[in-house]
Design a protein around this ligand. Structure first.
Ligand code: SAH
Length: 842
């Protein structure tokens, strides 16, 4: 798995980004040649990254293409014209005048006979530049996380066209397929379509994806990596539509041709490429408006007044706008989404076109076809083009690559990989990681300042275009806020990386992606505006619950909404469980036991009150179901309950304290519920302690809070009942902040204010009680839920622990409680009460 990383041992150096204007003065005369740009700054060599200590011993050079740079003067030494140069000159001659920079760029890169990309492998140490998938396998793997999350939001369609635009060597796709191989339903749904103009690179992709041809055509094969069909096309239009689609474009837009404009006293002129008297290419300005000026006008309508004022040069890419429109129309009608990652700006681009040969910046006009040409990507123009093309899509971002990969959980990925590699691989993983996420902004950096990472993290931006039915894609919903207290703790647990298993890391990354899909305060505000339950359904259609509710007929009932949202939660849980290996699967199982206990109590109490068993079973929480649950109804007493049914369930060990022959009356059943819960919490607590590390630390906090909350509830609910003080005390779990002294005090409380008196001695609980007036306990549940949510969210800010799975499930349950409350208030026309019980998360 780490084979590729072995070959990369580059130690990144800071990449400069110099922005001296390309032209010193605009030229007045039509077609007059322009002054050449100044020499590169003396620090030019820092644009190059080397590995190994001795240049003689095989220097590995790798420059990414994001460093905006002024190319040096091109050499005027006469060399025989290449085929491409001859072709370009003949086009200029035939036209009787210069060609646009865009036309020049397109010919140089993709001319079928001798374009730069057409006949060779241009990537990596032996090539001209390096891209993120070539820097580290983790890049493709994280794109895999993104893709699986989106596929889930799409309702897990059985067939998906996964299109990659400009796949280069195919490395990203290889890593994506390997990383997602455990998600069988996902990989089985895939039909891969690679859009690639270069026959040489198509061959390389075929090879790297380990494809075998389907008899008739080379353009159709099966990748043995995941048994997936792979097709090749030279344009996106050729890819069949009508199927849910996921599109990935990494470093594709930057290769699309740009027109360059320059302000002159005559107004905006297009920069063109001509042949001078010395038979060399040179830049000239167009004497009159060119057709591309239409796009300039369009682009300027999307620019801010400040941008417009400052502009002297503008780069426009009509091809990018057209491509985006095609993408948006497809996504709008077929469903799915597109991810665009490239270096660029969240603003208008002035002049960024650059040429790179063998990891050095060279003049754009020098020996065309032998160097890569690329330009900064204009993200606002992508956004506006998409929005213009289809009403059915929404555009998200851009956010920096660092935020994008960080929020998807690359930290966990790197640390889980680190546990299984040798020193050389570890060095390569670390440097690859920092190269991907570093550069000035490194929100996840916890080390010393002088080692603040550098790399591609800030200059590369990520943007998503998704069908509105899919809601907001991960991780664009909300960025994790980093709290110093947890970061500090995170550092203490650096060693966790050594024990956190690889699979755990990958699943954790997925859950972090899911977590970003929790409803936000803005979502709740929208829901609170709803007039009826169909409105609520409509608002939820853009969320993960959308596909679960879409076929529900009107009029809707609150129970349907709750049922369907719970179904989604259960599906997500099962998905996690399928992927999990030990000890995580046991940990996940523990999360269900609380629901099992509640279900047992529901059936037994219902039977006592002669309710229909089937009806009771329908009311059970699906996470707490077990095979023999219906049999519970026949038990007459505790012993029977155990012997007939529960002995075969995971709850059996918790029953030892309940094994009396007492009747099943309301009081005894309630005592049973709490006795079972106490045994369960103590067992779960011990299990987490055994797991050790951050899991133990975080789960101890969360379970202690749960134990204390239950102790308070047991106390308040038993005030004024026959339960003796001793019996009450027996129901409290033997851990938590209140254990043991608080328990002694709670056991003797006789009213709510005495409970309050006890709890206020414990600082973490003071805040909860201070929200209530004396003698009142109505708001207590909400105050406890709010505190719980705060703690659950904090669990996400610590790394390498299973607590995120617990926290995520609990947050989802809270979300469903919120939806139930809002729906009920809306249905009963009591909207003023909505805020009584909704607990906001972000
Ligand atoms: N995504 C890859 C490669 C980026 S380089 C990576 O990140 O490593 C750009 C890729 O787009 C190359 O594969 C190139 O051959 C392809 N390409 C460039 N212009 C193209 C065009 N107009 N049509 C189709 N493919 C193109």
């Amino acid at each position: 798995m780490l084979r590729r990383l072995l070959t990369q041992t580059s130690s990144p150096r800071r990449l400069l980004s110099s922005k001296t204007p390309f032209f010193s003065k605009p030229s007045l005369s039509p077609f007059s040649s322009l002054p050449s740009s100044p020499d590169p700054p003396s620090s030019a060599s820092s644009h190059v990254e080397e590995s190994g200590s001795s240049a003689a011993a095989g220097t590995t050079i790798s420059v990414d293409r994001s460093a905006l740079f002024n190319p040096p003067d091109h050499s005027h030494e006469p060399t025989p014209d290449s085929e491409l140069v001859k072709h370009l000159k003949s086009v200029i001659k035939f036209r009787g005048g210069p060609i646009s920079v865009a036309e020049y760029m397109e010919e140089v890169l993709t001319n079928p006979r001798s374009g730069y990309y057409m006949n060779r492998d241009v990537f990596g140490a032996q090539g001209d530049f390096i891209t993120s998938p070539e820097v580290s396998q983790m890049f493709g793997e994280m794109i895999g996380v993104w893709t699986v999350c989106l596929w889930e939001q799409m309702g897990k369609p059985e067939r998906v066209n996964l299109i990659e635009l400009g796949p280069g060597r195919g490395t990203l796709m290889v890593d994506l397929l390997r990383g997602t191989s455990k998600f069988r339903n996902f990989t089985e749904s895939l039909h891969i379509h690679l859009v690639e103009c270069s026959p040489a690179l198509q061959k390389l992709q075929h090879q790297n994806l380990k494809c075998t041809d389907e008899s008739s055509s080379e353009k159709k094969a099966i990748s043995s990596l995941a048994g997936t069909p792979v097709h090749w096309h030279s344009t996106l239009e050729e890819v069949p539509s009508g199927v849910p689609t996921i599109i990935i474009a990494h470093e594709f837009y930057d290769a699309l041709p740009v027109h360059q404009f320059q302000k002159s006293p005559r107004g905006w002129c297009e920069k063109m490429v001509d042949v001078g008297e010395d038979s060399q290419f040179r830049f000239v300005l167009s004497p009159q408006p060119t057709p591309a000026a239409l796009y300039l006008v369009k682009r300027s309508t999307w620019a801010t007044p400040e941008e417009k004022e400052k502009l002297e040069h503008v780069e426009i890419s009509p091809k990018s706008m057209d491509l985006t429109q095609e993408i948006a129309k497809r996504i709008g009608s077929d469903g799915g989404g597109a991810l665009i990652i490239d270096y660029g700006k969240d603003g208008i681009i002035s002049d960024s076109l650059q040429a790179i040969r063998e990891h050095k910046f060279v003049n754009i006009l020098d020996d065309p076809g032998s160097a890569d040409l690329s330009a900064y990507v204009d993200f606002p123009s992508i956004k506006h083009s998409a929005e213009e093309a289809s009403e059915n899509v929404s555009v998200h971002g851009p956010m920096t690559q660092s935020q994008f990969l960080g929020s998807l959980g690359i930290n966990f990925r790197v640390d889980s990989l680190l546990q299984n590699c040798d020193d050389e691989q570890a060095e390569s993983l670390r440097s690859g990681y920092w190269r991907l996420v570093g550069d000035g902004e490194a929100p996840f950096w916890e080390g010393p300042d002088e080692q603040t990472p550098i790399g591609m993290g800030e200059r590369y931006l990520a943007m998503a275009i998704v069908n509105r039915n899919q809601g907001t894609p991960a991780p664009f919903q909300s960025l994790p806020c980093l709290r110093s207290e947890y970061l500090l703790k995170g550092r203490m647990y650096g060693f966790e990386a050594l024990t956190f298993n690889i699979h755990g890391g990958y699943l954790e990354a997925i859950v972090r992606g899911h977590r970003a899909g929790l409803l936000t305060t803005a979502d709740y505000n929208n829901l609170c505006q709803c007039e009826n339950l169909d409105d609520i359904k409509m608002h939820l259609s853009a969320t993960k619950y959308g596909s679960y509710l879409q076929n529900e007929p009107s009029p809707l009932h609150t129970t349907t909404i709750v049922e369907k949202c719970t179904l989604k939660l259960v599906d997500d849980y099962k998905h996690m469980l399928c992927q999990a290996t030990e000890p995580m699967s046991t940990f996940l199982e523990y999360i269900r036991y609380g629901h099992m206990i509640d279900n047992v109590v529901l059936i037994v109490t219902g039977t006592l009150h002669e309710r229909d068993v089937q009806e009771l079973i329908e009311k059970c929480h699906p996470l707490g179901m077990f095979d023999s649950i219906a049999t519970l109804a026949v038990a007459q007493n505790m012993r029977e309950l155990y012997r007939l049914v529960l002995v075969d369930t995971p709850l059996a060990p918790y029953f030892s304290e309940c094994l009396t022959s007492e009747d099943l009356d309301d009081m005894n059943i309630e005592i049973m519920r709490n006795t079972l819960y106490k045994a369960y919490l103590e067992d779960f607590y011990k299990f987490c302690q055994k797991l050790g590390g951050a899991t133990s630390e975080i789960m101890s906090d969360l379970l202690a809070f749960e134990a204390d909350r239950r102790a308070v509830n047991i106390t308040i609910n038993s005030i004024g009942t026959e339960l003796t003080r001793e019996d009450r005390k027996k129901l409290y779990s033997n851990f938590g902040l209140l254990y043991p002294y608080g328990h002694e005090e709670l056991a003797i409380c006789e009213d709510i204010d005495q409970v309050r008196g006890v709890m206020e001695k414990y600082p973490p609980y003071q805040a909860i009680f201070s929200k209530m007036s004396y003698g009142e306990s109505q708001m207590l549940d909400k105050a406890f839920y709010e505190e719980e949510v705060r703690r659950l969210c904090l669990a996400f800010e610590q790394q390498f622990h299973y607590g995120v799975f617990f926290a995520y499930m609990r947050l989802r349950e809270q979300e469903i409680r919120n939806l139930m409350w809002i729906s009920e208030c809306v249905a009963q026309n009591q909207k003023s009460r909505i805020h009584d019980s909704v607990v906001y998360m972000f």
